[in-house]
Design a protein around this ligand. Structure first.
Ligand SMILES: [Zn+2]
Length: 332
């Protein structure tokens, strides 16, 4: 069984914008694939769209709901945020859908007034709180590379059962990297910080997809998401894929990110690679002037691993060079 359902409609500038989902199968468990929370994250949106094809002719035990354009305004213009001023009346209103779910929860519980992006969040939240699991698809949008990773939030306000399920499902992706961070990490207003309060586990996917790496990441991304559907028993024969080889390594679990920035304008050449373990004092890359002389050795002040790394090329002072994934004990 396949059907589409409109969760909410908006009429802006002579055009109708729908928050909608496509539903495959029936009964439980209900897993929702959510993409387009950030409209410029095209890789995540393409993965969700591919699932509409993948699920179409699959025998499912339970149901999968796919939302490809969570923020229909941002997706219509391929921008991260709801475009202003077309869709928001007031400058300065929160236009990042993934910072609107706390307000949306208050809107549901106390009927507070909400702006248009918060209303989108509210319509999503009202629907998603009936799911058994939500898979929240994002991707990096800056240049450079990022390790593919599954993420989930922890908080003393979440039941330990929900946290256990999130841990199990994050591992079931067979991703090499898992980030377990507290809800304060990006302000506590993301869908991944709010839905677990309704006892709905959320796994967030962060896969590259910056300027250059779309093709290879696309297939890896599909596998990571598919593996969770297999774990949930929704489809497949119980076998998970991990690039064709048997998975033996434990994933690297990290708890936060520390960024490193360029101190000068120049040509950057990395000396470490993506995913590599680094220690405080290690040189991650060098910046050269026009004549090829070393201007700067970029050293990390953190222990961890290279979570993302910018491509070799010209940098401005202040550009981000790398993110270091750090564990709890190194976060302080
Ligand atoms: Zn995002």
């Amino acid at each position: 069984m396949v059907y589409e359902e409109v969760l909410k409609s908006f009429f802006v500038g002579e055009e109708v914008f729908d928050v909608e989902k496509t539903v495959f199968g029936s009964g439980s468990p209900v897993c929702t694939i959510l993409a387009g929370v950030h409209g410029d994250e095209v890789l995540g949106r393409n993965v969700a769209e591919r699932f509409i094809d993948i699920l179409d002719d699959k025998e499912l035990k339970g149901s999968v709901q796919v939302i490809t354009r969570a923020n229909p305004f941002a997706c219509s213009s391929d921008t991260r945020l709801t475009p202003w001023p077309k869709f928001e009346r007031n400058e300065g209103e929160v236009r990042d859908l993934n910072r609107c779910f706390k307000a949306a929860k208050e809107g549901i519980e106390n009927s507070r007034s909400l702006n248009i992006t918060q209303l989108v969040a509210k319509s999503l939240l009202e629907d998603l709180k009936n799911s058994d699991v939500v898979l929240d698809l994002h991707n990096a949008t800056s240049g450079g590379k990022k390790v593919a990773q599954a993420r989930y939030k922890v908080s003393k306000d979440f039941s330990s059962k929900v946290v256990e399920v999130m841990e199990r499902l994050a591992r079931s992706t067979v991703s090499d990297f898992i980030m377990e961070s507290d809800t304060g990490f990006v302000g506590g207003s993301t869908v991944s910080s709010i839905l677990p309060l309704y006892k709905v586990p959320v796994i967030t996917f962060e896969v590259a997809g910056g300027s250059t790496h779309i093709e290879e990441d696309f297939f890896e991304y599909i596998k990571l998401v598919e593996n969770v559907l297999v774990e949930l028993g929704i489809f497949g024969d119980g076998k998970k894929s991990s690039d064709g080889h048997e998975k033996t390594n434990e994933p690297t679990v990290f708890h936060g990110i520390r960024s490193m920035y360029s101190g000068s304008f120049g040509y950057f050449k990395p000396t470490k690679s993506l995913g590599e373990i680094v220690e405080k004092g290690d040189v991650v890359g060098k910046i050269f002037d026009r004549k090829g002389a070393v201007l700067e050795k970029v050293t990390t002040s953190f222990n961890g691993f290279i979570e993302s790394l910018c491509d070799e090329g010209v940098l401005n002072e202040g550009n981000r060079i790398a993110n270091i994934g750090v564990s709890k004990k190194d976060l302080k």
